[in-house]
Every structure is written in C-alpha cells, then in structure tokens.
Design a protein around this ligand. Structure first.
Ligand SMILES: Cc1cc2nc3c(=O)[nH]c(=O)nc-3n(C[C@H](O)[C@H](O)[C@H](O)COP(=O)(O)OP(=O)(O)OC[C@H]3O[C@@H](n4cnc5c(N)ncnc54)[C@H](O)[C@@H]3O)c2cc1C
Length: 356
C-alpha cells in the first residue's frame, strides 16, 4: 500500500470538507463523501493514520467488523486507506487542529498547530477520545527544550548522529531506535525504569548484545533532573534503582513512554458538549453549530455505543447531511455502488465485473 498524499503547510486552503481525526471513522468519512462527489482534507495530530487502532492495539484482532470475521486492527486501517484512495483526500499528519470557527458567511475556518489554515464548506470532527499526546518526561524545565534537545518522536534520525544521546522507555519504539542509532550516535544510553522490557524479544536480545560488547549503556532508573549549557541540554540526572543519582552526558534525549488521549482544543470550539462528547442529531450527525458535524467516539446521542461499526454508519449519514449543507438545492437520491455509473466512475471501477 502506498502512503497517502501529505500536504505542505502554506496558504489557507479552500476545502469542501475538512475532517478532524484520521481514525477509522474519519477514514471512512473520506469514502462516504467521495461517493457523493465531495472532496476532503483530513488532519491528525499523530504522524500516522488509524486512531486508536494504530496507536493502541495494532496487533489485536477485531471480530465485529461486518463481513470480516477476523481482522487485525492495523489491517482494518490499511483497508480503509485503500478503500478511500480513489477520492484522493489530502492528509495533513503530525499536526493538531487547534481552531474551528464558523465565519459570518457560513464557511468554517480551521487552523492547525503547523500553521495550515482552511476555509471549509463543512467540517467533520472525528476526534475519537481526543488527540493523542506523547507522555512526557516528568522533569521541570524540560518543556523549553522540546523539539530542540528533547524529543518524543524521531523527525530526522540524522539529528542524533555524532551526538550524546539518551533514549528512555522499554517498548518497541525505544528499543528499535536504540538498535538503529547505537552506531550513529557518539554515545548512547538506554534508560528504563525496570529490568523487564515490553519490546520484541529479538530486539531486546540485540540491545543486550550491544551492551555486552560495550557499544552502549543500559541503566535501570528514572530521569529526575537535567543540566543545560547555553540553553542546550548538556546532561541528565538519573535516579538508579538503589536510590543513587548518576549524571549522563546528553545532548539529546528521546523519550518513548506511549501516548495518552486529550480532548484538548475540541472543548473550546463553542460546540455543545455532554460528558466531554459532542452532542449531535441522529439524522445528519451535525453538532450544535451548522456545518460542523461529529462522528465516531467523539459524539453522543441517546443510545450511542462507542464501536467502529457505529462510526461507519454515522459517516454515511453525515455525508448526506454535508451534501445537503453544501448544495441545499440539489435533490438527493440513494444510489447503490453496484449499479450507479456515476459512483463507479468516481471509484474508478466503471465497467468492471467480478469474474466467476
Ligand atoms: C484496546 C481496544 C480494543 C478495542 N476493540 C474494539 C473492537 O473489537 N471493536 C470495536 O468496534 N471497537 C473497538 N475499540 C474501540 C474503537 O477502537 C473505537 O471505537 C474507534 O477507534 C473510534 O474511532 P474514531 O475514528 O471515532 O476515533 P479514534 O480511533 O480515537 O481516532 C481519533 C483520531 O482523532 C485524532 N484527533 C483528535 N483530536 C484531534 C485534533 N484536535 N487535531 C487532530 N487530530 C485529532 C486523534 O489523534 C486520533 O488519531 C477498541 C478500543 C480499544 C482501546
């Protein structure tokens, strides 16, 4: 499967629809809008699509997706991206939507943390349980070094070449990057709060070989303080298991403690909320603000169940609601993908038949 198109930041973009959140509901929304001839931009705070499925349980099998008796969570996401491909949505990943505001002309203004702005005909909020944020190092003063010396994901591995590097964590990301960077960094220390690791056993074994060969250090403990020099990180202090403190040279620290969801800016967009969820009608899945729709785990209505299946149904009805919102004079027909030439043309499958 090829990667989705990723837009560069720049001028405000005129968009028919902006989808906030690229979990299963947001991805299926691209498809349902596409069938009706409506194009979409989709934004996610994570660097990859898939929402909870990809971030929290990619390897787990799901058993309640219609017609797929068993489907891996990441496999489901890959299939959704593949299914949405004919509609060429633009993906804006690794940036949070910080502002959604209805303009006097009825259009919706959307802005992201990366400086991308949209003037959209409609917005669909598919923000799930909120925007996923990295769990941060609990050390006072480190926030000011974020992005320069303190990192929660790798943007460019070359930044760590020939540098004194400390990696924190015990899962796959921490161990994979430890093995990948041990011979690129000037020095590398892995700091983990306990002796057991959650990462793949083969990678843990490889890391232990590197430690035994003197190519890197492993320390059991927690980072508790830091030292700066000229507003750059110079060292970290680690409290080790016996309570002693050790000082490590560190020009950069990479911490992989997992992700946690945060409702974040969605709560500040003036939309009616109930128990941290967006209230919607069940005809169009529109929020209290015309032109702003909400589907998937982020919404609430009588009888709501937070299931992937529910998000798919909501995306279908929201697409019709959005079509009516954008083109109020247009008559709406229910068309089947099996028989509609226009839908088949949009899907790029016109004239195809399944051979017996
Ligand atoms: C362990 C586990 C097992 C599960 N098993 C099942 C199962 O078997 N069957 C089932 O039906 N459901 C299951 N679920 C629930 C299912 O994963 C959710 O119902 C589903 O992921 C909701 O999809 P969504 O697209 O609404 O939201 P999410 O998957 O939460 O995706 C929302 C996305 O929006 C992004 N976002 C939020 N706010 C912003 C913002 N301001 N700017 C940019 N991006 C933003 C987030 O980063 C995230 O990527 C399970 C959940 C868990 C945790």
């Amino acid at each position: 499967m090829s990667d989705p198109v990723v837009a560069a930041s720049g001028e405000p973009i005129a968009a028919e629809v902006v989808i906030v959140g690229a979990g299963p509901a947001g991805l299926f929304q691209i498809f349902e809008l596409g069938l009706l001839g409506i194009s979409a931009h989709i934004v996610d705070s994570l660097a990859q699509v898939g929402g909870q499925c990809t971030a929290l349980y990619p390897e787990k099998p799901i058993y309640d997706i219609p017609a797929l008796p068993i489907c891996g969570a990441q496999e489901l996401v890959d299939r959704l991206v593949e299914q949405a491909k004919p509609f060429n949505a633009t993906y804006h990943l690794g940036q949070e939507v910080t502002e959604v505001r209805r303009l006097p002309d009825g259009n919706i203004f959307v802005a992201t943390s990366a400086g991308v702005q949209f003037n959209a005909g409609a917005v669909v909020i598919a923000g799930g349980v909120g925007s996923f944020q990295p769990r941060r190092l609990a050390v006072d003063g480190l926030e000011s070094l974020e992005g320069r010396c303190v990192h929660y994901r790798v943007k460019s591995a070359a930044d760590f070449h020939d540098k004194d590097l400390v990696i924190c964590g015990g899962g796959d990301s921490a161990l994979d990057w430890t093995v990948a960077l041990h011979d690129k960094a000037r020095s590398l220390t892995l700091v983990h709060r306990r002796a057991e690791f959650r990462a793949a056993p083969a990678t843990v074994a490889r890391m232990r070989e590197l430690v035994a060969a003197g190519k890197m250090q492993l320390i059991e403990g927690n980072v508790v303080a830091h030292v700066t020099d000229n507003e750059r990180l110079a060292a970290l202090e680690v409290q080790v298991a016996d309570g002693e403190r050790r000082r490590l040279r560190a020009e950069h620290v990479l911490a992989f403690f997992g992700l946690h969801p945060k409702l974040g800016p969605i709560a500040e967009w003036g939309l009616e909320l109930e128990k941290k969820a967006l209230k919607v009608d069940t005809e169009k899945f529109e929020t209290s603000v015309p032109g702003i729709f909400a589907i998937g785990d982020i919404n609430t209505y009588p009888g709501k169940k937070k299931l992937i299946l529910s998000g798919f149904h909501e995306a279908a009805l929201a697409a019709f609601g959005i079509q009516h919102h954008l083109f109020p004079g247009k008559r709406q027909f229910l068309q089947y993908t099996t028989t509609s030439p226009i839908m088949q043309k949009r899907l790029g499958v016109a004239g195809e038949e399944i051979s017996a």
